[in-house]
Write a protein that binds this ligand. Structure first.
Ligand code: GRF
Length: 186
């Protein structure tokens, strides 16, 4: 059985979907630790309520380097096979990324290489793209640029809003992330 660490910043619905799939035996792994950089992230509350070792490292009070070092120390206590970034809105430095090379994974709400970075739904709407989607990829120091593992596409239906688009896509994101982790942990 593999061990997963999951890094979040918000709701954590991807983390919850992965944890559920682990508990149901769909993914041959356990969520060993959840780390949030946001104190008020609902996902961290969920994790601690569900008996998952949970840590908050508040990035606002420390340097980028200290943040990465503290996260590294926590991760090394749990010795995870994979580090999953799931709605984790912090850019990590090269040291921590290289330590988990080929084992650090991110989900991004666009069909990369289109729309790396923020506000992907707004950018899809502005361009009136016929298709949107999400990507699970390996993390490298360059933002949202690592090797793609798997993508899911979603046809756009206009008129719509960024909020509605996000809600439609996140359901597909959760399925995609679970599927990728199931395959990697086999
Ligand atoms: C997802 O859309 C993810 O792709 C993006 O942030 C959102 C996180 O959602 N980076 P959740 O916290 O997993 O619910």
């Amino acid at each position: 059985m593999k061990k997963l660490a999951i890094l979040i910043s918000g709701t954590g619905s991807n983390m919850i979907a992965i944890n559920d799939a682990c508990e149901e035996g769909i993914i041959n792994a356990e969520v060993a630790v959840v780390i949030s950089n946001v104190v008020s992230a609902p996902g961290i509350q969920y994790a601690s309520n569900n008996g998952i070792p949970s840590f908050v490292v508040d990035h606002r009070r420390i340097s980028r380097q200290s943040f990465d070092e503290i996260v590294s120390v926590i991760l090394s206590q749990f010795n995870p096979d994979y580090v999953c970034l799931a709605g984790f809105m912090r850019i990590l430095g090269e040291d921590i990324i290289s330590r988990y090379e080929g084992r650090m994974i991110n989900i991004h709400p666009s069909l990369l290489p289109k729309y790396p970075g923020l506000n992907t739904h707004e950018r899809v709407l502005d361009a009136r793209d016929a298709q949107h989607g999400a990507t699970v990829h390996y993390v490298i120091p360059e933002l949202d640029a690592g090797p793609i593992i798997q993508q899911v596409a979603m046809p756009m239906i206009y008129p719509t809003t960024a909020k509605e688009t996000k809600q439609r896509l996140i359901r597909k994101e959760r399925q995609l992330y679970v599927q990728v982790m199931r395959d990697l942990c086999q």
